[in-house]
Design a protein around this ligand. Structure first.
Ligand SMILES: *Cc1c(COP(=O)(O)O)cnc(C)c1O
Length: 366
């Protein structure tokens, strides 16, 4: 048996009759750039997130970077984020010209340890960028309180958390602005790169629409120095076709996660915890084990697609040697980097595939 890590083909087969005509419609009108579907998707995605505005861009990384730029965060500024994340979080901070300041993770949630944030605040700190990693929301009330006390902005990296809820409120609606990625494998994925920034701040939304499109509102009238970071119309059409299914897909992911956790209960495996304030959307289902590398090899050998998210923490990446961090600086992040395995997770994953994956895991433990 083969269990893929993600299966985007099965989902496409079920949606083909909606997606192909939607793309055909755009091609037949040649509305490739800023066509009507971009505007419509922005409206629909803002409604979904419970925010006033959504601005489509070309990736989640761009959404994060342009958010910082819209708030005029750049050279000389510091942005606090977490050591266990995908590199795009910190690359966005660096690209804006600011310096990422890292925090260790909380041992239970795998997310930023909110009790360690205040000690990292300096005169140069401008913002906190929490990451809802694996689809589980960060304890945002704690972050908001710290931000208020120190007059900081909060920008959520919600790139893995489409539809996730914190105390009944959607990820993305919990801060000054939030970034989403529509990379194909994300919970809401396009058929190529894409992203969006959501916010309730009209000024920031306006600035984003300029920044992503050469700084223009009207063609050839450039108000500021902008970029070319637009969301393609074809991708917007794919996202519009998929958005109505997102809640059902997330529900299926949660069900799959619950099945894994039940079956793995009596094993030597540490299964993910749903924090009591959070409803995770399980972009990834991440367990922790001893002898991780041997288990990973065993899973691969038995046809189970598993991965590591992420094997090298940000502060130990060569690209970030200039930050001056050292091994030992974030002990929990480092320990977990050697123990985590992401098991196959996608909405269409079936019982048989989950059972087989767990069987292979248990067989290794014996
Ligand atoms: C995917 C992802 C990003 C970047 O999104 P892209 O669309 O690939 O640029 C940023 N942060 C996190 C946590 C992500 O998972």
């Amino acid at each position: 048996m083969n269990v893929p890590f993600v299966d985007l083909v099965t989902q496409y087969q079920g949606l083909k009759d909606q997606i192909v005509p939607a793309m055909e419609n755009i091609m037949s009108k040649a509305q490739f750039i800023m066509g009507e579907d971009v505007r419509l998707f922005e409206q629909e995605f803002a409604d979904y997130c419970n925010t006033e505005f959504a601005i489509g861009v070309d990736s989640g990384t761009s959404a994060l970077e342009l958010a910082l730029r819209a708030f005029a965060i750049g050279a000389g500024d510091e942005v606090i984020t977490v050591a266990n994340t995908f590199i795009a979080t910190t690359l966005a901070i660096s690209s804006a010209g600011a310096k990422p300041v890292l925090i260790d993770i909380h041992p239970e949630t795998n997310n930023i340890d909110v009790t360690k944030i205040e000690a990292a605040i300096t005169d140069r700190t401008r913002a906190i960028m929490p990451v809802h990693l694996y689809g589980q929301p960060v304890d945002m009330d704690a972050i908001t309180e710290i931000a208020k006390k120190h007059d900081l902005l909060v920008i959520e990296d919600a790139c893995q958390a489409h539809g996730a809820q914190y105390k009944g409120r959607r990820a993305g609606s919990l801060s000054d602005a939030a970034a989403f990625s529509f990379y194909p494998g994300k919970n809401l994925g396009a058929y190529g790169d894409g992203g969006a920034l959501v916010t309730n701040n009209a000024k920031v939304a306006e600035k984003l629409t300029l920044l992503r499109d050469y700084g223009q509102k009207q063609k050839y009238h450039h108000l500021i120095k902008g970029y070319n970071r637009r969301l393609d119309t074809l991708q917007a059409a794919v996202l519009r076709a998929k958005l109505p299914y997102l809640d059902a897909w997330n529900e299926a992911r949660r069900k799959n996660a619950a099945r894994y956790s039940t079956l793995l209960q009596n094993n030597e495996t540490i299964t993910p915890i749903d924090a009591d304030f959070a409803e995770s959307v399980y972009h990834l289902y991440v367990i922790r084990v001893q002898k991780r590398d041997a288990l990973l090899a065993h899973l691969h050998q038995k046809g189970v697609g598993a991965g590591i998210h992420y094997p090298i923490p940000i502060h130990l990446q060569q690209a970030y040697a200039d930050l001056g961090y050292q091994k030992g600086d974030f002990p929990i992040t480092e320990k977990y980097a050697d123990e985590i395995i992401s098991l196959p997770m996608f909405p269409e994953l079936n019982e048989e595939q989950i059972n087989y994956t767990v069987e292979v895991l248990k067989e290794f433990a014996e």
